[in-house]
Design a protein around this ligand. Structure first.
Ligand code: TRP
Length: 381
C-alpha cells in the first residue's frame, strides 16, 4: 500500500486517511462554520470542543434536521458500540457528543450494543465474551451522564424481539449485491454479517415505526460507520421513513502513532482502555508517540508538531479543561516551550482524574442500566 492510499469501511481502517478525499469518496457534506453557528444558536450555549476543534468534520442532512427542529419537530439520537473488548477513550467521542445533545436539547437517545455483530466479525471472540463486554461497555457509556428516563438501549441479543418485526421489512429491501459492494464481502463471509446491516438500520426507523409518526434521527458516529447508513438512507423512503441525518467524526490516532492506527483497540498499548489501572495508564502515556523532535535542543528551537501527536489528540478530544488550557498547550507545544515529558505529565493528571470520577459514576449506573434495555416489541407485526 503506498503512503497516500487508505481504506475505511466498518470492518477495516488502514493507511493514512485523507479526510477531505474520504468525504468526497463517501459523498458526505462538510461541517461548515455556518452550520456550527446555527447549532450554536439553537443550543443557546457554548458548543462542545468536539465540534469546535474539528473532530466532527462531516455530515449528511444536518441542515435539514435543524430546520425540522426549529419548526418544532425534535429528533432522537442514535449511536452504538460493537462490544469486542473494553472501551478506550477514543470510543467516547460519539457518546460524548450525544450526551451534550441530550443535556442541551433534552432529546432521546437510543444506544445499540451489537454483541451479535462482533461475534460474527471477530472469529477469536466467544459469545460469552461479546455478551460480557456488551454489558461492561454499556455501563461505561451510560456513566458519561445519560438521562435514565430518556435513554433506551437495543442490546441486540436481548432486544431481538423488539427489533425483529422491523428488521424483517428492512432486510427485504437490501439486495446481496449492495452489501457485497458496500462492505467488500467475500464468498467466505459468514451470513450473519450479510444480514447484520439490517439490524444496524432498524434503530433509525424504530421510533417512527413504534409511534406511527415521523420522528427524525441524528447519528453521531465515526466516519467508518457511514457505509451502513448509506444503505439505510437508500431504502428509507421506500419503507416510508425519514432518512437519518449523520454527524461524522475523524478516526483518532492510536497512542503508538498514525502508522499503528489500523490496529487501535487490538494492540494493547495503542489505546487507554477504561479498565486500565493507573499504572498502566501512566506507562502507556509515557511511551506514547508524540510530534516531538529528536533532541531537547531542537525542540526548544523549532517547536513540536501537535497535528501528528497522540498526546495532543488526548487534550483535543476530552482532557483539556477549558478552551484556554487547550490553546495554551497547543501554542507552547508549537513554540517549543512545552516539552513532551512535561506535557505527558500534565495530561496524565487529567486522565487520572477522569478515571477516578468515571469509576464512581459507573458504579451508580449499574442500578438502572438493565432497565434501559428495550425487550418488547411495541407492535405484533
Ligand atoms: N457497528 C458499530 C461498531 O462496530 C456499532 C454500532 C451499531 C453503531 N449501531 C451504531 C455505531 C450506530 C455508530 C452508530 O462499533
Amino acid at each position: 500500500m503506498s503512503p497516500d492510499e487508505f481504506v475505511v469501511t466498518p470492518y477495516e481502517v488502514k493507511g493514512r486517511i485523507d479526510y477531505v478525499r474520504l468525504r468526497e469518496l463517501f459523498g458526505t457534506q462538510e461541517l461548515t462554520p455556518e452550520l456550527l453557528a446555527r447549532l450554536h444558536q439553537i443550543s443557546g450555549g457554548e458548543l462542545p470542543p468536539l465540534l469546535t476543534r474539528g473532530v466532527y468534520y462531516s455530515h449528511r442532512d444536518l441542515g435539514l434536521l435543524l430546520d425540522q427542529f426549529t419548526k418544532g419537530s425534535p429528533f432522537f439520537l442514535y449511536s452504538g458500540r460493537g462490544p469486542s473488548g473494553p472501551l478506550h477513550t477514543s470510543h467516547l467521542v460519539s457518546f460524548d457528543l450525544c450526551r451534550w445533545f441530550q443535556k442541551t436539547l433534552g432529546v432521546r437517545m437510543f444506544i445499540q450494543i451489537t454483541d451479535d455483530e462482533k461475534f460474527w466479525a471477530r472469529s477469536g471472540l466467544t459469545r460469552e465474551e461479546t455478551a460480557h463486554w456488551g454489558m461492561e461497555n454499556l455501563y461505561d457509556i451510560l456513566a458519561l451522564g445519560f438521562d435514565p428516563k430518556r435513554t433506551h438501549v437495543f442490546f441486540d441479543s436481548k432486544s431481538i424481539a423488539a427489533l425483529y418485526p422491523l428488521a424483517i421489512r428492512v432486510a427485504r429491501k437490501i439486495p446481496y449485491s449492495t452489501v457485497k459492494a458496500v462492505f467488500g464481502f467475500e464468498p467466505s463471509t459468514n451470513i450473519g454479517l450479510v444480514f447484520y446491516t439490517a439490524l444496524q438500520t432498524v434503530p433509525c426507523f424504530w421510533p417512527s415505526w413504534a409511534e406511527g409518526r415521523t420522528v427524525p434521527c441524528l447519528i453521531p458516529c465515526g466516519i467508518d460507520q457511514d457505509p451502513h447508513f448509506r444503505v439505510t438512507r437508500d431504502i428509507a423512503e421506500g419503507l416510508g421513513y425519514p432518512k437519518p441525518a449523520l454527524l461524522h467524526s475523524q478516526m483518532l490516532p492510536g497512542l503508538l502513532g498514525e502508522a499503528a492506527m489500523s490496529t487501535t483497540g487490538d494492540r494493547e498499548d495503542n489505546a487507554l482502555f477504561l479498565n486500565d489501572p493507573p499504572k498502566t495508564v501512566e506507562r502507556k502515556v509515557r511511551q506514547a508517540f508524540t510530534g516531538g523532535r529528536a533532541t531537547v535542543e531542537e525542540q526548544r528551537r523549532l517547536g513540536a508538531t501537535p497535528e501528528v501527536c497522540s498526546v495532543w489528540a488526548l487534550w483535543r478530544t476530552r482532557f483539556a479543561r477549558s478552551e484556554t488550557e487547550f490553546q495554551e498547550v497547543t501554542r507552547d507545544c508549537k513554540s517549543g516551550a512545552l516539552l513532551c515529558g512535561e506535557c505527558k505529565g500534565k495530561v496524565l493528571e487529567r486522565v487520572h482524574e477522569f478515571y477516578r470520577e468515571h469509576a464512581v459514576a459507573r458504579e451508580k449506573v449499574k442500578d438502572w442500566a438493565e432497565s434501559t434495555i428495550v425487550t418488547v416489541s411495541p407492535k405484533a407485526l
